[in-house]
Design a protein around this ligand. Structure first.
Ligand SMILES: Nc1ncnc2c1ncn2[C@@H]1O[C@H](COP(=O)(O)OP(=O)(O)O)[C@@H](O)[C@H]1O
Ligand SMILES: [Mg+2]
Length: 399
């Protein structure tokens, strides 16, 4: 069928043609934003889920919702080995400058800019790289101690007060939060805690892989009371069905019920897979309606697309021993698996592969759903690994 009109949208963070099954999360976002606007306690939350379930898409939607209400939004993404202040400084500067431009000179807004400048100085961003604006001085003694856990809260309070002075809400959206360090997470949690205590209109909505919950709890035990952690999982069968059928019918085309059901089964309801299967089935079908045989015929293209894109993204950056660890997990199936069983497959002792396991968790490839358990952060990753690496590294005979 006509590829130009293909409605499906596989890709990282790409808006799907039908955002199926996420109303409860959008409602929660609406509630949080609405309460923040009224100056009521607005609970920040973290979207938790595997790769490809639609977390980024949701953050983008929430960003849109907030912007439509006239709120001031900052949307950033955590990156391995990048520091939180580096991520936040420029966007927060823009936010404060936008608040500044909103009306007559306001002392709270100016103070926000000064605190940001102090903060920037203390995290050692060279002034040449980071110009706040003409005539802005630092706010001595605020946000400039060099200790992130006290500076970030002071900065957030200053921003919250500036937003309040302008009768708006500052909305901070942070994706891939699992890449933050323990100190950064701790500082972020404390900052939100302080902002909440003062009833300031600043909310944080984040997203991350399942390990984020444990990381936050480890940083600050009260994190679990401070935030909600809604799970973003695979879509329920009826929502997955809608995600396939609706976009096709909106294009004035059809898909046989059994064909749509076949896609739902193949994808197990995972949003990224739904998009790829929908996309390839549409392209491969000679004419509408798309039939089961079209879906079946699309499989090689689907796998090729996933193997070269979605599954590959972070895989190529792994070390040989990390790959071998993953391959051993795949040998055991979808998981979760006991760390001891993985070590057995590798023919080594658990302790000797613990560093490999840790670095894989840090890189966001696996997580620990329960003590001693290990699971993939990418759905169907075991099958990908088996396609990529025919045989797992045979354990060398022990002396
Ligand atoms: N609710 C949904 N229904 C259908 N497709 C979706 C839905 N949410 C996301 N997608 C699709 O899934 C893919 C992955 O979304 P993304 O937000 O990048 O996931 P994540 O950030 O969790 O890795 C995208 O192609 C997107 O269009
Ligand atoms: Mg994402």
């Amino acid at each position: 069928m006509d590829e130009v009109r293909n409605p499906f949208a596989p890709g990282a963070g790409t808006q799907p043609p039908e955002l199926a099954g996420r109303q409860p999360i959008l409602d929660q976002a609406k509630l949080t934003l609405g309460r923040a606007e009224l100056g009521r306690h607005a609970k920040s939350f973290m979207l938790i889920g595997l790769r490809g379930v639609g977390k980024t898409v949701l953050l983008n939607r929430i960003s849109q919702m907030a912007a439509e209400r006239g709120f001031h939004v900052v949307l950033v993404e955590g990156v391995e080995d990048k520091k939180l202040p580096d991520l936040l400084l420029q966007p927060l500067r823009q936010l404060l400058l936008a608040l500044d431009a909103l009306g007559a000179v306001n002392e709270k807004v100016k103070r926000g800019l000064r605190v940001l400048k102090s903060f920037a100085k203390s995290v050692k961003v060279r002034v040449g790289e980071f110009e706040i604006g003409l005539g802005i001085d630092t706010q001595k003694g605020v946000g400039d101690s060099g200790d992130l856990e006290s500076d970030l809260p002071e900065l957030f309070i200053a921003i919250g007060e500036a937003a309040k002075a302008r009768k708006t809400v500052a909305v901070l959206l942070i994706d891939e939060l699992q890449y933050l360090s323990e100190v950064e997470l701790s500082a972020l949690i404390m900052a939100i805690h302080k902002v909440n205590q003062r009833g300031l209109p600043l909310v944080l909505i984040g997203a991350g892989l399942p390990q984020l919950v444990g990381q936050m709890g480890k940083s600050k035990s009260y994190a679990e009371r401070l935030f909600d952690f809604p799970t973003v999982g695979p879509l329920a069968a009826k929502d997955a069905y809608t995600a396939i059928v609706e976009p096709i019918s909106k294009e004035g085309e059809k898909i046989a019920k059994a064909a749509a059901e076949a896609i739902v089964t193949e994808t197990q309801g995972y949003p990224y897979f739904l998009q790829v299967w929908g996309y390839e089935s549409w392209n491969g079908a000679a004419k509408s309606p798309i039939r089961v045989k079209d879906v079946e015929a699309a499989k090689p293209k689907v796998l090729k697309s996933l193997d070269e894109g979605f599954f590959r993204v972070r895989f190529d950056r792994l070390t040989p021993s990390e790959k071998a660890y993953l391959r051993a997990m795949a040998e055991l199936g979808a998981g979760p698996h006991r760390s001891g069983d993985v070590a057995d497959i590798l023919g080594v002792r658990v302790q000797s592969v613990a560093p490999t396991r840790n670095s894989l968790i840090k890189k966001g490839m696996i997580y620990s759903p329960a003590h001693g358990d290990t699971a993939f952060t990418v759905p169907l990753f075991d099958e990908f690994l088996k396609r990529q690496i025919a045989v797992h590294d045979k354990p060398r005979p022990r002396p």
